[in-house]
Design a protein around this ligand. Structure first.
Ligand code: GDP
Length: 328
């Protein structure tokens, strides 16, 4: 039985990846942080087959203990402080977890597998936010990185450290440069979920308006369920490498609002949407669009869910959740 250890098990990707690995017959261990973590029950209910271990990306000894316990063949490092806007307000904490946390787990894996550096296959969750002020359109694995937020800078550190451990120690360490990926499990702070949740509530008369930031930014949005499949495929290759995972399509926040409101029968959304500088960022990433051709050619990976289908799935889920709340 193949064994996997996942950090960031409580997040959207951790849950989808757990489901995928369990369906493949893996023994799955998840690292969970802190005493009385409020998301403990969520993980237990969603993926009861996962064995939870306590540990923290900031504590190398806890990582070593988790590795000894799980004895994993594959480690997926999905744990991070991942909200870009928050990273300006908490730049050092973001750096500690999102940057140095990667070094901590790489070092723990190196120490754990010192007799055979290729014993454990390692996946690092890198991000399209590393491209920031994009130097090329679309963005590929070789595109110069120009991060525009403390979060983006931290992810660049993790990306290069993963490559460095691969090159220095011969570790099977891969970095997936994932463009924005969303789902009904996305946190409410991210723009897709914020919009689909508000639109569902507006259509049910539970809310009057939604207050937004920059509506002109463009993102390459895919479905998280498709993206975790790419993570797994990376670790099944003989050689570790870096891959851009994206749809190759970009859409603006305007288009996101169009599709979401249309799903509930509202064509002109202007009276429901306000803008506030509170949601603007000190530096913006204006345009992200990825070129996933390497992932397609080498991993045989292609996204299945497109932009419209994704947004509609999220609106439908939020409508169902809100209706259930009202009925309660
Ligand atoms: P990110 O790409 O990881 O930063 O994902 P987000 O979903 O947080 O933001 C995507 C884009 O939506 C960014 O360019 C934001 O500036 C823009 N945006 C516009 N209004 C909002 C808002 O109200 N909340 C968030 N989170 N983003 C917004």
């Amino acid at each position: 039985m193949t064994r996997a250890l996942i950090t960031g098990i409580t997040g959207q990707d951790g849950l989808y990846l757990s489901e995928l690995l369990l369906s493949k017959g893996y023994e799955v261990y998840g690292l969970i942080r802190g005493q009385n973590n409020p998301k403990f029950d969520l993980v237990r209910e969603t993926v009861p087959g996962v064995k939870l271990l306590t540990g923290d990306l900031g504590d190398v000894s806890s990582l070593l203990r988790a590795l000894e316990e799980a004895q994993p063949d594959e480690v997926y490092n999905l744990g991070a402080i991942s909200f870009v806007a928050y990273s300006w307000e908490n730049a050092m904490l973001t750096t500690d977890v999102t940057a140095k946390g990667v070094l901590n787990i790489l070092e723990a894996v190196r120490l754990y597998s010192h007799d055979d550096p290729s014993k454990v296959r390692f996946y690092q969750a890198s991000s399209s936010e590393m491209f920031g002020k994009v130097q090329e359109v679309p963005q590929r694995e070789e595109t110069l990185l120009w991060p525009r937020s403390p979060y983006g800078v931290a992810k660049v550190f993790g990306h290069y450290m993963t490559i460095n451990y691969r090159e220095s120690y011969g570790m099977h360490a891969s970095s997936g440069i994932l463009f924005n990926h969303e789902s009904p499990r996305r946190g409410f702070e991210f723009v897709t979920r914020k919009v689909t949740h508000a639109v569902a509530r507006i259509s049910l008369g539970l809310q009057d308006e939604i207050v937004m930031g920059n509506l002109d930014a463009k993102r390459d949005w895919g479905f998280a369920g498709d993206y975790v499949e790419a993570m797994w495929r990376m670790l099944q290759q003989d050689t570790a490498d870096d891959y851009v995972i994206a749809t190759g399509e970009t859409h603006s926040i305007h288009e996101l609002l169009d599709v979401a409101f249309k799903r509930v029968g509202i064509d002109d959304w202007s009276k429901y949407v306000k803008q506030d500088p509170r949601f603007m960022r000190p530096a913006e990433v204006d345009l992200l669009i990825g070129d996933p051709s390497k992932a397609h050619e080498v991993l045989g990976w292609k996204p299945k869910v497109g932009f419209t289908e994704l947004v509609e799935m999220m609106v439908d889920n939020d409508l169902a959740e809100q209706r259930a709340n009202v009925g309660r």
